[in-house]
Ligand binder design. Sequence first.
Ligand code: HEM
Length: 163
Amino acid sequence: MKINIALWALTLMVLPASALAAPTEPAVSDPSITPRAPTLPLATDGTALLESFGGTAGLTRIMDDVMVRWLANPRTRPFFEGSDEERIKKQLVEQFCVVMNGPCTYSGRTMAESHKGMKVTEGAFYALVEELQISLNKANVPFFAQNRLIAALAPMHRDIIDK
Ligand code: HEM
C-alpha cells in the first residue's frame, strides 16, 4: 500500500500530459503478471485494460465496494453523506469504462461542474484514491492496470481540488 500511495503521489506530481498521449511500458512489479509485448497506448489498447477490471460488471462491483469505504472513511465521508450514491457509482462506471477505451458513453457532468463548491481538499482526494486502491486490490486488478487507470485520472485533480 505504501508503494501504491507513493506511486500515486509521484504520478500526480510528475505526470506530464504527453505521458498520457504516449505511455511507455508500465513497470510490472507483480511477478504473477506476464507483460504483453509491446504494451499499446491506453487509447489504442482495445478493451484489454477494461477486461482486467472485470469489464463493466467488475467496475460496478468495485464501485459498490468503494462507496461503502468512502462513506466509512472520515476524510471522505463528509462529501458523500447525503449524496446520490447510486448516481455517482453509475457515473463512475461509465467514466472509468470510457477512460479504458470501453464501449461506454459518459453521461455525467464534467469534473469541474460536479465538484464545484465542494472544496475538496488534497487530503480527501488522496483518501479517496487510497480507498479505491484497496477495492482494486480486493478485486484482484493487476497492479500495472491500477496504475494505468490512476495515471489517467491524475490530471483530473486540478478540476476537483479546492473548487
Ligand atoms: C479522480 C478523482 C475523482 C473522480 C474521477 C470523480 C468522479 C466523479 C463523477 C464521475 C461524479 C458524478 C458526476 C455526475 O453526477 O454527473 C462525481 C461526483 C461526486 N464526487 Fe467525485 N470524483 C473524484 C474525486 C472526488 C473526491 C476527492 C471527492 C470528495 C472526497 C468527490 C466527491 C464527489 C461527490 C460528493 C459527488 C456528487 C456530486 C453531486 O451529486 O452533486 N469526488 N465524481
